[in-house]
Structures are given as structure tokens and as C-alpha cells.
Design a protein around this ligand. Sequence first.
Ligand code: GDP
Ligand code: MG
Length: 262
Amino acid sequence: MAATREKISPFELSMRMLKDELFKKDPVMLGVIVAVAVVLITIVIYKLLSRGRGGRNSVLLVGLSGAGKTLLFSRLMYNKDAVTFTSTKENAGSHMTLSKKVVNLVDIPGNIRQRQQYLDQYITQARGLVFVIDSAAFQKEVKEVAEYLYNILSNATFYKMSPKLLIMCNKQDITLSKSAQVIKTQLEKEMNTVRKTKAAALGSTDDSSSSSEIFLGKKDKPFEFSHLSKFKVEFVECSTKPEADEDEPEIGPLQEWLASRL
Ligand SMILES: Nc1nc2c(ncn2[C@@H]2O[C@H](COP(=O)(O)OP(=O)(O)O)[C@@H](O)[C@H]2O)c(=O)[nH]1
Ligand SMILES: [Mg+2]
């Protein structure tokens, strides 16, 4: 016993202790490195998969009832009027864009009792969202449109997925319909009001509800679509036109968006 003790110098002893320490730490470090690698690989695989066919491949058509979603759906699907389609349930089907990409088109019913349920169901698959507006009835419906759009955009899941967003100002064939520019400006004004109302309501309740809703835009500025850093919102004018005797439907801007932005 005494002999072995004499052989080890204090320096050697401390070196051995240091070695032991390192060996003790190594498995932990190794564990951390493996864990980080596993997480990174998972993220890469997930990203690759979600880009592929099995991932988010849906384009949702949303908007108030009467905006023209179902007619648009049938035009894109079969190039004919929607006589056989229902608006009480979602319509879904494959559509090939002008750039030959196949997307799953989903027409979400607009009535207030059902739309949330369908949105929740489809939002995680959404690659794009087309918000259809009846430009002729816009003046009358602006409040309801702004509320619906604000609710969609501020939804935490939607925000996280941040699909490409198009606001389609439909029914431009009707003489008194509002232009995309007017609709954009008025929507911004109205969505600013919606935002204020929501902020006031949140202030008076506990914080639990705030976690599922995102504040849209800049805190100290009136609401503007250009402030939404996560979405690039685009506006187009179209007419889906049902009884197209002389006039052809004008959905070119929408089709271009589908082909180039998704
Ligand atoms: N004049 C005109 N009418 C349209 C246009 N798009 C849709 N409509 C009509 O608007 C009504 C509502 O359309 P629909 O597709 O059922 O709306 P949805 O409730 O959003 O699915 C129908 O009578 C359509 O024929 C359009 O661009 N111009
Ligand atoms: Mg419909």
C-alpha cells in the first residue's frame, strides 16, 4: 500500500483526476452531440418530406358565403358551372396549374358555423390560401370580411404554417364592384379596427387566450398588409362569371398566381 502511494506524485495524481473527469464528461458530451445530430437530421428529413408530394399540397379557397368559391372551384376543376357542387360540405380535388404542378384544391364552406371546423382540418396541409371576396357586395360586407380574414391570419397554426396568400377580388364583371386597390385600403382600415377590438378584449381577460392568436402588423402603426413580415399578401381582380354568354371568365391572374407562387 505504502509503496504504491509513494510512486504517485501530486502532479501525476492531478493528471489522473483530470483524465477521470474528462472520461466522466465524455459520455455526456457524446450524448449531447448525438442528440443535436438527431434533431438536425430529423429537421432536414421533415423539410425534404414536406416539400414532396406527401407534404403540404393544398390550396384552400376561403371567403364569405356567396363570394364565388364553389363556382371558382368547379371552373378550375372542370371548367364548367357549379351545378352539382354543394356548399355545406367541403369540395376537394386535384387541379393542375398552368406550370403543371398538381395541387389539392379545397373549397371551404363560408358559413360561420362550419368554416372554423374545416379550416382547422385543412390548415396544416395548406400550401396556399385564396381568400375570395365578392367585390360587388364588399361595401356591405366589409366588416364581416375583415373579421374573417383577421381571424384566419392571426390564428397561431396558420401563422406558423404561413401559406402563400392571395386575396381575389371576384365579380369584377359587375359594374359597381370595388377595385382591388379600394378593397385593400378599406380592408386595412377595417382590420385595424378588428385588431383594436381584439386587443381591448384581451386586456380584460386572462392571458390564456392570447397564446393561440398572433398580433398582426406593427404595434404602434395602423394595420397594413405590407407590415406582415411572414406573409406576402397579393391582391388580384377576377371574375368567375357564371352565365358567361359573351364574356369569358377572367381568372387569369389567379391562375398565374397558382402557377408561379406555390
Ligand atoms: N356576376 C358574377 N357572379 C358570380 C361570380 N362568381 C360567382 N358568382 C355567382 O355568385 C353566387 C355565389 O357563388 P358560389 O360559388 O356559390 O359562392 P360561395 O358561397 O363562395 O361558394 C352564384 O350565383 C355564382 O354564380 C362572378 O365573378 N361574377
Ligand atoms: Mg360554396
